[in-house]
Design a protein around this ligand. Structure first.
Ligand code: AMP
Length: 282
């Protein structure tokens, strides 16, 4: 496995593979890799001849008061995980490599970004769409792998490649959790032991919400109330949102019908965590 930091080197590697007729899978990440990321890399290795993992904490998707500087980084450990999982190349650029002097072009979206994380993180998805489309142009993968953990991001990227005719297949992968239910996240490292315990309220409310839907609940308002009430039993939790939306449009829905995303964002102390489930109801 190689680690490269320039766009030129990525293009060269991929061009060599293409000459041999090999397929290319791609897993974009911000690093500090865990088993959630690893599940994406594993799937990419199964389905492609070569796999590229990008490790880039993208400044453009962080708001001015967010955790860009404190975001955890450990390239050495990331490289070990990627190598052990079968990736062929890590692309680890400096921000200056991605955003050269005078940079002023963006990819943005009118729909899908008004609700959920778009509300409290107004510039986030512009940063995500811009960097992911840049990475797609650099890596030119056949398939790219995204976690359902960031369900709105998955819907946004699917929409973006459709709208902009980017020739890549987007593959969504299930949420990987800790043994006690907490969705794995690089941000879990911010939690002190008391907060780590309190953070279980997210997955508890997700599991409870899913059960209610399985038992026949179809009212978004009733589901939101039940999940909100449960989260509010945890004194360290402060709700950002509990919402029910159509998964493909990310628009609010009153009734749970079709492919529906039930998503939450909750502050545990200063750490903002997200979780969700998707149900298809005919
Ligand atoms: P990040 O490094 O947080 O930008 O995440 C990179 C990719 O890994 C995204 O597609 C995430 O959705 C995915 N991911 C992060 N955590 C998990 C998880 N617990 N389960 C599945 N996918 C995940």
């Amino acid at each position: 496995m190689k680690i490269v930091s320039t766009i030129k080197e990525v293009r060269q590697e991929v061009a060599n593979w293409r000459k041999e007729g090999l397929s290319v899978g791609f897993v974009p990440t911000m690093g500090y890799l865990h088993e959630g990321h690893q599940s994406l890399i594993k799937r990419a290795v199964e389905e492609n001849d070569r796999v590229v993992v990008s490790v880039f904490v993208n400044p453009m998707q962080f708001g001015p008061t967010e955790d860009l500087d404190s975001y955890p980084r450990d390239l050495e450990a990331d490289a070990k995980l990627c190598e052990a999982t079968g990736a062929a190349l890590i692309f680890h650029p400096e921000p200056e490599e991605m955003y050269t002097d005078g940079f002023c072009s963006f990819v943005d979206m009118n729909g899908l970004t008004k609700e959920l994380c778009g509300k409290s993180r107004p510039i986030h998805f512009r940063g995500v769409c811009t960097v992911v489309s840049k990475l797609f142009h650099i890596v030119t993968p056949d398939r790219a792998y995204f976690g359902q953990k960031d369900a709105q991001q998955l819907a946004v990227i699917k929409r973006m490649v459709t709208d902009l005719n980017i020739p890549v297949e987007i593959i969504g992968c299930p949420i990987i959790r800790e043994a006690d239910g907490l969705a794995k996240s690089s941000r879990n490292t911010y939690l002190n032991p008391r907060e780590r315990q309190a953070a279980l309220i997210l997955s508890k409310s997700i599991f409870m919400g899913r059960k209610l839907v399985e038992e026949g609940e179809r009212s978004a308002a009733a589901l939101i109330k039940a999940m909100t009430d449960l989260i509010e039993t945890e004194p360290l939790a402060k709700i950002d949102y509990v919402e029910v939306v159509d998964f493909s449009t990310i628009e609010k829905t009153d009734t749970i019908q079709g492919e529906t995303l039930v998503a939450i964002a909750v502050y545990i102390g200063k750490t903002r965590l997200i979780d969700n489930f998707i149900v298809t109801v005919s």
